[in-house]
Structure formats: structure tokens, C-alpha cells
Design a protein around this ligand. Structure first.
Ligand code: HEC
Length: 181
């Protein structure tokens, strides 16, 4: 008798978990939603999928040295360049290029407002540096040894070059506190 009662309790404890799925236990699953593989897939936003870089005709920085910048340093170009500079270059070189970001000394990112970059490097060389990267700097136009990306299209790279050469040093000089703007 005792064993029978025990078996009954045990059986009744197990039964619901094995046999029942209450109707409301699937409510969440069956709410109106889009199921996997259902309908036409939404198009991915532009440039959200990595591809093998933008087609870049030149092969390396040496070949880029004497390239002419096809985009004039207009107000619109400088504005685009500045925005991209702050997003991409600022992390290492500082928001105004003064090499004053917390990362700058660790990685050895140079001050871009000094004579070396402003007067000695050609626009083409800077374009090439952005495209192919440097000894440490990553590439932004081709997949590179340091894990390059195609984050910047050729046009965007030239806008950044325009900004670096024409307005970066002025912005840096006008900044009340280094890197504050
Ligand atoms: C991940 C950090 C990092 C980022 C981001 C970065 N740089 Fe650099 N950059 C460096 C370092 C480090 C150096 C110096 C060593 C070298 O040449 O790689 C350098 C050097 C340079 C040089 C000098 C090249 C030469 O021939 O001496 C230029 C010009 C330059 N960067 C421009 C830029 C511009 C413009 C951007 C944004 C598109 C940028 N950098 C983004 C780290 C970075």
C-alpha cells in the first residue's frame, strides 16, 4: 500500500512535465512576428557588409606620392574631411591632430599639425598612408597587414587629406584646450 501511494505521487509529479504543454506556454512564440527564412529578406544597409576593399588603382604608398588630389579643398570638402577625421583619425592622433589622445603615446601616433606632415609630406603620400597604413597605422582603403578596412572610400580619403592639409593646424591652434573640441 505504501509503495503504491509513493509510486502514484511520483507518477503524478512527472506527468505534467512530460505530457502537457499548456496552450499559453506557446503564446510568446506565436505572437505576430517575422520567423526565420520567412518573407523577403530586408536589404542590408549600404556598407554594412565587409568586402575586399574599394578598388584602389595604386599598389602602395610610393606609387601614391605624386598623385594629385582630384577634389578641391572647398568648404564642403573640408567639412566632410573634418567629420571623418574626428571619427577615424582622432582616436590615435587626437581630435585636432596634436597626438594628445590617451592612445597617442602608447601607439606612437604622431602630431599631424607639425611641419613634417604639413610641409614635407605630399597630399598623395598622406592619401597613400590612409589607404595602405604605415608601419603601425592601420590601412583604411585596403585590407592591410595590421587588419586594414575599407572604411573610407577614395573620395572620403581625399576629403580627409584636404582637411589635414588645409584646416587641421588652424583648428588645433584655435582649440582652447588641446583636444577639447
Ligand atoms: C590606430 C591608430 C591610428 C589611426 C586610427 C590613424 N593613425 Fe595615422 N599614424 C598612426 C601611427 C602609430 C603613426 C606613426 C607610425 C606609422 O607610420 O605607422 C601614424 C602616422 C601617420 C602619418 C605619417 C605617415 C608618415 O609617412 O610618416 C600620417 C600622415 C597619418 N598617420 C595620418 C592619419 C590620418 C589622416 C588618419 C585618419 C584617416 C590616421 N592617421 C589614423 C596611428 C594611427
Amino acid at each position: 500500500m505504501k509503495t503504491k501511494a509513493k509510486t502514484l505521487i511520483l507518477a503524478s509529479a512527472l506527468v505534467p512535465t512530460l505530457a502537457f504543454a499548456w496552450p499559453w506556454s506557446t503564446d510568446m512564440m506565436n505572437q505576430p512576428n517575422i520567423k526565420p527564412q520567412e518573407g523577403t529578406p530586408a536589404l542590408f544597409p549600404k556598407r554594412s557588409i565587409p568586402v575586399m576593399g574599394n578598388p584602389t588603382k595604386i599598389k602602395n604608398r610610393e606609387e601614391s606620392e605624386n598623385l594629385k588630389n582630384p577634389y578641391e579643398a572647398t568648404e564642403a570638402s573640408l567639412k566632410k574631411g573634418k567629420k571623418l577625421f574626428k571619427i577615424i583619425c582622432g582616436a590615435c592622433h587626437g581630435l585636432t591632430g596634436l597626438a594628445d589622445s590617451p592612445v597617442s603615446p602608447k601607439i606612437g601616433a604622431i602630431n599631424l599639425t607639425e611641419e613634417y606632415v604639413q610641409d614635407m609630406l605630399t597630399e598623395g603620400w598622406i592619401y597613400g598612408t590612409i589607404t595602405f597604413g604605415g608601419a603601425i597605422m592601420p590601412a583604411y582603403g585596403v585590407p592591410g597587414p595590421q587588419g586594414g578596412s575599407n572604411d573610407l572610400s577614395p573620395e572620403e580619403r581625399w576629403h580627409v587629406v584636404n582637411y589635414v592639409k588645409n584646416q587641421l593646424a588652424k583648428d588645433a591652434a584655435a582649440a582652447p584646450v588641446a583636444g577639447a573640441n
